[in-house]
Design a binder for this molecule. Structure first.
Ligand code: GLY
Ligand code: MN
Ligand code: MN
Length: 470
């Protein structure tokens, strides 16, 4: 557990210093902390998981810090399944569901306790609170999470003590815990699949968090439009920094690397270098999402004319993407096949591309062969939640081959991308990329566009920019 720092300026710790450090500290235990408002929902999620695996022990780790260099680490991101099942976001932890004879489970959070002041650990160790910040005590965590808590340093021994209990663990999250149990890779993958699938329908508390994420994102986009002239004077980085400031002020961070793509960068799906110029006359494709303190993220895209007004060709492309999105959004309703929104949007874009003469018709044939994909590139959306591409490990039958249900949250994000070196389109179309992306909540009788606070149609976007653009 020692930090193991080479070339530090102190070569050792005298006995007197060690003794001095251990004395004179106040008791900071917090008594009477309230139960987290998420706790009852997390208990419901654990009950749903428990019902899937009667008689089996389930181990869901949170993950460890990753070293960047020496004693510097990357920002910690807990494993999504752990967050969902506990509401906790701590590192080096695990949720263990121990099977009961009645088929249910008892839940234990194995957590790092506070560092005692009776060893050097609190100021010299890997987990040193004096360097990393105060953690909750086990008693505090029990009150906040509503789960029995144990010292994670006993987890491996506890698991090894009863090796006959059939066990599953989520692999690839915590190598040390993984080494402490004997499990089967296929059965472990089923646990991950179940955890992912249980996130498909959001509970009421999660929907509230999604609204917060989207509302902060709307404010972040408005910030960016307000700062456009400063971006023109510098680069895409100004946009990235502007959105990031909102994300850090109102939430934990951005939910994924912001795509701040001006000009032909808009045709690069995962453009995150964000170091290009922002030029009047070009479009700016901004794809960004604020992640709440509880780690739920929005995922929104707007494509803006940097001058405030679309050129005729930009508007033609924009209008086609807008109509495709309208067709996609109309297909988001309970009972619809998940793929319907994708098919509706892609079919519309295939028709437009045939009409423009960029792919060979008839449109039905072009769509069947997927010819539109040269210009649409990506699928039309995905589930959204704790992960930007949420529920990615869920079974196909309950996700892409499944049916929409109230409480699901997904993006609808058609786009058209004309690469700068694409000789099959006229020159003035080259380098244009347009995506419009909104976050849809499936409701009892249709859907609610959570990101409706941002203008979508070309006219609305121009009017908004005229009002807000700085
Ligand atoms: N920002 C990633 C996506 O739209 O899927
Ligand atoms: Mn996006
Ligand atoms: Mn998306």
């Amino acid at each position: 557990m020692a930090k193991g720092r080479k070339n530090g300026l102190y070569s050792g710790v005298s006995e007197e210093l060690s003794a001095l450090m251990r004395t004179g500290w106040a008791d900071t235990e917090q008594h009477g902390l309230p139960l987290d408002e998420q706790a009852p929902y997390a208990a419901g999620r654990r009950a749903a998981l428990s019902a899937r695996f009667p008689g089996e022990r389930l181990v869901i780790p949170s993950g460890n810090l990753k070293t960047r260099s020496n004693d510097d680490t990357y920002p910690f991101r807990p494993y999504t399944g752990y967050v969902h099942m506990t509401g906790d976001r701590a590192r080096d932890c695990a949720l263990v569901l121990e099977p009961r004879p009645d088929g249910g489970h008892d839940a234990y959070c194995y957590l790092l306790p506070r560092d005692g002041r009776d060893s050097d650990e609190f100021w010299l160790g890997y987990t040193a609170e004096l360097w990393m910040g105060r953690r909750r005590s086990l008693a505090e965590s029990e009150r906040v999470l509503g789960v029995s808590c144990r010292d994670v340093r006993t987890a491996a021994d506890d698991l090894a003590a009863t090796p006959d209990v059939p066990t599953r663990i989520v692999r690839g999250v915590d190598p040390a815990l993984e080494a402490a149990v004997t499990t089967d890779a296929e059965r472990d993958a089923e646990l991950e699949e179940a955890l992912s699938g249980l996130r498909l329908v959001k509970d009421a508390w999660e929907i509230g968090e999604m609204r917060k994420a989207v509302d902060s994102t709307v404010r972040g986009f408005t910030d960016c439009v307000g700062e456009l002239s400063r971006a023109v004077a510098s680069s895409e980085r100004w946009i990235e920094g502007t959105f990031f400031r909102r994300a850090r002020l109102e939430g934990n961070s951005v939910g994924y690397g912001s795509i701040c793509a001006a000009g032909e960068h808009a045709t690069i799906m995962h453009w995150t270098d964000n170091d290009g110029p922002v030029r009047p006359g070009d479009l700016l494709l901004l794809d960004a999402g604020v992640e709440t303190h509880t780690l739920y993220t929005a995922d929104v895209t707007r494509t803006l004319p940097i001058s405030g007004v679309f050129t005729p060709v930009q508007r033609m492309v924009y209008d086609a993407v807008y109509e495709a999105q309208e067709a996609g959004i109309a297909a988001v309703k309970p009972g619809a096949a998940y793929r319907d929104f994708h098919i509706a949007a892609q079919r519309y874009l295939a028709e437009k591309l045939v009409e423009w003469g960029f792919i060979e018709g008839p449109a039905d044939r072009a769509f069947e062969l997927g010819l539109q994909r040269r210009f649409t590139m990506a699928g039309t959306g995905h589930m959204l939640g704790l992960d930007v591409h949420d529920c990615a490990e869920a079974r196909n039958e309950e996700y892409v081959d499944g049916v929409l249900e109230p409480g699901m949250v997904l993006t609808v994000e058609p786009g058209l991308y004309f690469q700068p070196d694409d000789l099959t389109v006229p020159e003035e179309w080259r380098g244009i990329g347009v995506r419009i992306e909104d976050d849809l909540l499936v409701t009892a009788d249709g859907s609610e566009n959570l990101s409706a606070g941002l203008p979508r149609s070309a006219d609305e976007v121009e009017a908004w920019m005229a009002r807000v653009a700085g």
